[in-house]
Each structure stands twice: as C-alpha cells, then as structure tokens.
Ligand binder design. Structure first.
Ligand code: HPA
Length: 287
C-alpha cells in the first residue's frame, strides 16, 4: 500500500473506494462498522452480501490478527432495509502497520459516503464493576499509543489541521445504544477506553496505572480509526466487549484465545446495538 500520507495517498484511497463502488452498485451504506477481535460474526448475519477481500483491493494491506477475516462486507442486517459496510479485520499498530494504515478503512468509508462509524473492540476491564462479556459504550479515550494518523500533511478536503477532540463519541448515539440495551434487557456501561500499542497485555503495574489515569477499559486498537473519523466529520460510536477483568493486584493470565471466545459470546449484544444505530442514522427507528 502506498502510504496514505504520501502525495498519492488520496489517489490510493480513491482507487479502493472506486473498486468497492463498482461492486456494490447503487447500494450506498451510511453506516460503517469496524469489527473487533471475535466480533466478526455480525458480518456473517448480513443479507444480500457483497464481500470484498482486502486481497482484491488495489494496494490494500492484509490483516494478520487471528479472529479477523480480512474483508469488507456490504449487506443489510435482517429486518433492516439500509445496507451497512462492515470491516472484518482491522489493521493494528502492533502488527507493524502505521497509524495512517490503521485509519485507511475509515477514510475509504468516508469516500463511499459513510456518515457514521461504529468501532468495536475486545478490551480488558479496568473498572471493578465490569464482568467478562459486558459491553461498554466508549464516551472518551486516552491515546497511550503515542501515534496519531493525522501526523503528516493534512488533507484539508477531509478536515482541519488541528481537529477538536472534546467530544469524539457522539452523545446522541450513546443514548440510542442505551435505549437499545434497555429494551433488549442487557446492561451497557459507559466508560473511557485506554489505547495501548501492544502486542503485550498489560503488566500489573500498567493495569493499575491505566485505571488510576481514568481508564475503564484497555485495548490495542480503535483510537487511530476514531481520530480519523472525527477529523473527517463522521459521527462515532465506540463499543468495547470486556474479555478479561481481573483486579490489578490479582491479575490472572490473559490469553488471546480466551479474549476471542469472550468477545464472540457478546456478539448478540453488539448486533442489537448496531441494529438500533443503523435504524437511527437511517431515520428508521425501531418499530
Ligand atoms: N489489554 C489490552 N488489550 C486487550 C485486553 C487487555 O487486557 N483484552 C483484550 N484486548
């Protein structure tokens, strides 16, 4: 992939968007969903699907993390008319991608006309109230990756050089998600996501530190995509699935398999939230 920061970066984004547009015809998704570890099942439920493996997209990176299929899927959730575009497999910084590459799919979605991005992830629970399998609406984040996709030349056609970050997560979308969680009878927390570079899980001291600094959940993704989306004027809803939640001073071992399994078990909750958000953004509230 040519670096989206380079002079031809914008052309690279256009080339991918053109390829997707050619495949989906007049179906224009207004909502994009970035599916985190173990959450790809939502894309399997879509109907009238067009799947676009990253390998078929000109110059696109390939995702390598386990639990990620590596494709865009355009389709409709059962009973919801409006198509969405889901990203099964994202680009993590710990795989060696830079922050611009991690943000690239969001820029592609923007070019396709997507107005609202739902970014999901598997995360460790720092807040002692959280249990494995809980879902958390992200209402703010702390960027402990110390990387930012907007470093480099600014594309003024997308957004400003110094974007405001006082409210990256749309409060109205958070409210819609809470309504949906209530009506489906599951708890939805609201909390702060701390983004770490990874790939190591946190030490006990790091776990304590991220909690002390104000974090409720900790993970290794999401922030580059959210920063790109906010810069480009998109509405953002972020959601974490709690896949491990030990008290920092009795921190147990965390394995990737257990993370993927716990995330998959929360897939239904995520689906209900995404359905409600798609209906809201498309102007078709639940009956
Ligand atoms: N830390 C960082 N990333 C994660 C964790 C965690 O505890 N769980 C799932 N992703």
């Amino acid at each position: 992939m040519s670096d989206p920061a380079s002079a031809d970066g914008s052309a690279a984004i256009d080339a991918v968007a053109d390829r997707i547009r050619a495949a989906i015809g007049d179906r224009r998704p207004r909502v994009g969903v970035v599916l985190g570890s173990g959450l790809g099942g939502l894309a399997d439920r879509l109907e009238n699907v067009v799947a676009l493996p990253y390998a078929d997209l000109p110059g696109f990176p390939r995702s390598t993390a386990a639990g990620h299929a590596g494709r865009f899927v355009v389709g409709a959730l059962p009973g919801v008319d409006h198509p969405i575009i889901a990203m099964q497999g994202r680009f993590h910084l710990y795989e060696g991608w830079n922050a611009r590459q991690a943000a690239l799919p969001v820029w592609v979605m923007r070019r396709l006309g997507v107005e609202c991005v739902v970014v999901s992830n598997a995360a460790g629970g720092l807040n002692p109230q959280y249990r494995v399998g809980d879902v958390v609406a992200i209402d703010d984040h702390i960027n402990f990756m110390f990387r930012n996709p907007l470093v480099g030349p600014n594309d003024e056609s997308l957004g400003p050089r110094f974007p405001d970050m006082s409210s990256p997560y749309d409060p109205r979308l958070i409210a819609v998600a809470h309504e949906a969680a209530r009506s489906h009878g599951f708890p939805l927390h609201t909390g702060v996501y701390v983004a770490m570079l990874g790939p190591t899980y946190e030490t006990r001291a790091e776990y304590r530190m991220t909690r002390t600094l104000g974090g409720d959940v900790v993970g290794m993704s999401t922030v580059p995509e959210v920063v790109a989306a906010v810069h480009a004027g998109m509405r953002v809803f972020g959601v974490s699935t709690v896949t491990n939640a030990d008290p920092p001073d009795a921190l147990g071992e965390t394995t990737h398999d257990e993370v993927v399994e716990a995330a998959a078990s929360a897939g239904e909750k995520l689906r209900h939230l995404v359905e409600a958000l798609v209906r809201h953004v498309s102007g078709a509230e639940a009956p």
